[in-house]
Ligand binder design. Structure first.
Ligand SMILES: NC(=O)c1ccc[n+]([C@@H]2O[C@H](COP(=O)([O-])OP(=O)(O)OC[C@H]3O[C@@H](n4cnc5c(N)ncnc54)[C@H](OP(=O)(O)O)[C@@H]3O)[C@@H](O)[C@H]2O)c1
Length: 271
């Protein structure tokens, strides 16, 4: 299987590349900068792929075409985070988050459209902070808005790509100890290798015949919208259509206690 990962320089992206490689897949590590470490581990490293730049994404596609490389799994992992606060929002910084987190996955997927193998899978590493229904703490305007838009990009891609048998899935890696997470003083995350393992499991499950899932690396479905808003009386009220639930995915948000735990976690800043 050929797997392409964006933002492969470090963090979750690098861990995904190493894990797919260890599984025996062929990996294209698309780095924002470069990764001598991945190259010396025998991976194909494609440097200088900026997801905000159409020319660098198209140049990547050209290089893949020249080597007749088809893509079975595309993981749009590249992302940026920033802390911000109502009253002092910097709209240029907000736009930057949109460019990377929301338009980046779309730009990369579009540039690679003719390179997808039949039955390919497209994953977007968004974030639980992009969930409308899961937002009980506010703040983080740029990150939340851009990840929410990335979720919509994913649903749109599903509508356009399902006829080609291409599955799309939106993923939350959990709280992961990476450079990004350092922004959150309170972060108690898992190691990138643990997150990568969970993400790979969810990507393996993605199917073009089901509505796209928004799923935690642990397998829990996340609410897209306020219609899915948990009922804090403790009664289950998360409305996730059966059709959108991939086989093997637990719906633990239907438990009031789990929901309250989620809400508590939400008050802690996360990526
Ligand atoms: N860590 C968490 O707890 C957490 C939680 C939820 C979601 N996520 C999401 O998971 C994904 C990976 O995050 P991470 O935690 O691994 O963060 P990270 O360690 O900061 O890695 C982000 C990667 O994206 C790359 N990148 C940044 N801007 C880019 C651009 N314009 N074009 C291409 N690549 C670019 C970075 O390159 P450089 O190294 O050169 O800057 C880096 O390789 C992100 O989408 C993030 O939003 C993370």
């Amino acid at each position: 299987m050929n797997v392409l990962v964006t933002g492969a320089d470090r963090g979750i992206g690098e861990a995904l590349c190493r894990a797919y490689r260890a599984r025996g897949d062929r990996v294209v590590a698309a780095c924002f900068g470069d990764s001598p470490g991945l190259r010396s581990a025998g991976l194909r490293v494609e440097p200088s792929v900026d997801v905000t730049s159409t020319p660098t994404c198209c140049a990547l596609a050209d290089r893949l075409r020249r080597t007749a490389t088809r893509i079975d799994v595309l993981i749009n992992n590249a992302g940026v985070a920033a802390l911000d606060r109502l009253g002092s929002l910097d709209y240029d910084k907000l736009r930057r988050l949109f460019e990377v987190n929301a338009l980046g996955p779309l730009r990369v997927t579009e540039a690679l459209l003719d390179l997808f193998a039949p039955g390919a899978r497209v994953a977007i590493v968004t974030s639980r902070l992009g969930s409308l229904g899961d937002n009980t703490s506010g703040g983080r305007y740029g990150y939340r808005l851009s990840k929410c838009a990335a979720n919509m990009a994913g649903i749109n891609l599903h509508q356009d790509l399902k006829q080609r048998g291409i599955a799309v899935v939106m993923l939350h890696p959990g709280q992961v100890r990476t450079a990004m997470a350092v922004l959150d003083e309170a972060v108690q995350g898992v190691e990138p290798e643990v997150a990568a393992e969970g993400l790979m499991r969810q990507i393996d499950r993605a199917s073009p015949n089901e509505a796209p899932a928004f799923v935690h690396a642990k397998g829990t479905l996340l609410p897209w919208s306020c219609d899915d808003q948990p009922d804090f009386t403790g009664q289950a009220s998360l409305q996730v259509p059966q059709a959108s639930r991939p086989a093997g995915v637990k719906l633990t948000s239907a438990l009031g206690t789990a929901t309250r735990r989620q809400a508590r976690r939400n008050r802690i800043g996360r990526g």
